[in-house]
Design a protein around this ligand. Sequence first.
Ligand SMILES: Nc1nc2c(c(=O)[nH]1)N[C@H]1C(S)=C(S)[C@@H](COP(=O)(O)O)O[C@H]1N2
Ligand SMILES: [Mo]
Length: 206
Amino acid sequence: MGVRPPARPVRLRPRPAPPEIVARTPPGQFITQRLPVLHYGDIPVISLDDWRLTVDGLVEQSLSLSWHDLETFPRVGLTADMHCVTRWSRLDVRWQGIPAGAVLAACRPTPTARFVLISCAGGYDTNLPVADFAAGDVLLATDLDGEPLTPEHGFPLRLVVPKRYAWKSAKWVTGLRFLAGDEPGFWERYGYHNEADPWREQRFSE
Ligand SMILES: Nc1nc2c(c(=O)[nH]1)N[C@H]1C(S)=C(S)[C@@H](COP(=O)(O)O)O[C@H]1N2
Ligand SMILES: [Mo]
């Protein structure tokens, strides 16, 4: 019997990512192909028949939209990268839904409205400056990867804020409240950074 050849050396370091992927990876993040399901608490059970999106606070027109009402809003597709503060990023997530700008056009925030508090079934909430909410790539998404949202990814409606860490991309959204002053949301109250820009690594507040 011959001697077995030595095992091939184990590759200790992953293959370096191509430069175009590196350029899209914020500091301290790694790329995953999956979309991990991540949230605090239980997945709320929501029926479209009694679901509503409430828009109130400093707006000229308060709204209480049924799912049927929402179907009259314009819809767009959006391909965006998603960055979770726990360090995974997934590139090119394909969403479809209602641009935040369409909701702003319908409720018309007053000039005093500078912040929006987004609330969700189950009690989660998160905050954004109206200027961030109004960015052209912010979506109230109904579809993910070409299919209606599954319960674990936010059925029936979730926010998508590509330029912020994903805890601001609230799932199961039921309310938007426009405010003059900032009110921290769930993770922001627990010490996560108020602005949450992944390119500036704004993970936690000092
Ligand atoms: N309502 C609600 N939305 C939430 C969360 C949550 O705990 N509750 N977690 C956020 C976090 S931290 C992340 S990373 C993303 C994950 O989205 P996904 O589960 O669809 O991948 O949802 C965000 N939206
Ligand atoms: Mo996250």
